[in-house]
Design a protein around this ligand. Structure first.
Ligand code: ZN
Length: 354
């Protein structure tokens, strides 16, 4: 079975919310409600991935507000999420990071601090590798960036300046279909300093959820390859969250990576799930990126435990289904291996040790 590295999951949030609700779930033993857990990882060849620390507006609440449909019923949008008070975000971000460290102490994951940690997991040596990722930098003080250094010492190796809301660093894209990512201004001064500090520390700057002006600002500033960990192709499905062809081209030119998300809304445009979105749609998005900038610039960024996955790819135990579909579409062994883990290894090596 081909080992897979994955660009995004939200299992830490699931575990945190379940524990706070008094119904703890076990990553090690597995749980029907989890899309990423140890038994499913073993079954599917999930060798590791980005484990997000994301602070929602309210723990345990999934709502994005009231959906607004276009007159013909095919389009939809949600109100742009309000900024989150850093004083509210910080304890949640740190609680999720602590939860990952707890999984590490229990031997359930290996927090990936070096390339050797990732390579061991890909070689099948030990538990899955977990890349500590912060999704939305509200927990970081915009003046001192002190929490960034502290989190880095704990293992932080990737950060998205924003989730789909504005903060002191940048502006996120709204949830909208059809929609353009070209909404709102670029990076703030603090956002520019954040990118510089990430470059200096060897922390990946994730472009997922960032609006288009912010994307181009990072592209102009950063010394690292451009990476959007969990997104899809705007040319196939024009949600505001997805990358335009110009953005995809820039990622290719930087020798970066697009992690294709397994979220029905971004793959097929239907918000409420279903809509016939399945494995073929995921393959179509992967092929679009590969045909534009090469197979060496496309990988997986599932968003399991944080999105609505397509039929047939409901959890990380289904990874062989996805790889099989890529083979059926004509990808050779080397292509599938690059998609599965080779591309992540190359880009992370270039990013972590600049
Ligand atoms: Zn996300």
């Amino acid at each position: 079975m081909e080992p897979v590295l994955d660009g995004h999951n939200d299992v830490l949030l699931r575990l945190e919310e379940a524990a706070r609700a008094g119904r703890p779930r076990s990553f090690a033993d597995g749980d029907d409600a989890l899309e990423v857990d140890a038994p499913k990882a073993r079954a599917g060849g999930f060798a590791g991935g980005f484990f997000a620390c994301y602070a929602p507006a309210e723990l345990g609440v999934r709502s994005l507000g009231e959906i607004e449909r276009t007159d013909d019923g095919t389009g939809w949008s949600f109100p742009y999420s309000a900024p989150l008070d850093p004083a509210q975000a910080r304890p949640v971000t740190f609680a999720l990071a602590a939860r990952l460290l707890e999984l590490e102490r229990a031997g359930s994951v290996r927090v990936a601090r070096t390339m050797a940690d990732l390579e061991a997991a890909v070689a099948g040596d030990g538990p899955p590798a977990a890349i500590l990722h912060v999704e939305g930098a509200e927990a970081i003080d915009a003046d001192t960036l002190a929490e960034l250094d502290v989190l880095h010492a704990a293992g932080l190796r990737s950060i998205g300046p924003v989730w789909s809301r504005p903060n002191a660093f940048a502006h996120g894209v709204p949830f909208r279909f059809p929609g353009s990512p070209d909404v709102g201004p670029g990076l703030t001064e603090a956002g520019r300093r954040l990118v510089g500090r990430c470059n200096a520390l060897g922390i990946l700057v994730d472009l997922a959820h960032l609006n288009e002006r912010g994307f181009w600002d990072v592209a102009a500033l950063t010394s690292a390859p451009l990476v959007a960990t969990h997104t899809a192709a705007h040319a196939l499905c024009p949600t505001a969250r997805n990358l335009t062809d110009a953005q995809i081209d820039a990622i290719g030119e930087s020798d970066g990576l697009v992690g294709v998300v397994l979220n029905t809304a971004d793959l097929g445009g239907e918000w409420s799930g279903g809509g016939g979105v399945g494995v073929a749609d995921v393959v179509a998005h992967c092929r679009h990126v590969a045909e534009r900038i090469g197979i060496e610039h496309v990988a997986l960024g599932s968003d399991w435990d944080g999105a609505r996955p397509p039929v047939g790819l409901e959890h990380c135990g289904t990874l062989p289904v996805l790889l099989g579909a890529l083979r059926d579409a004509g990808w050779g062994d080397d292509d599938v291996r690059a998609f599965a883990h080779g591309n992540w290894l190359r880009v992370l090596a270039a990013t972590w040790a600049p």
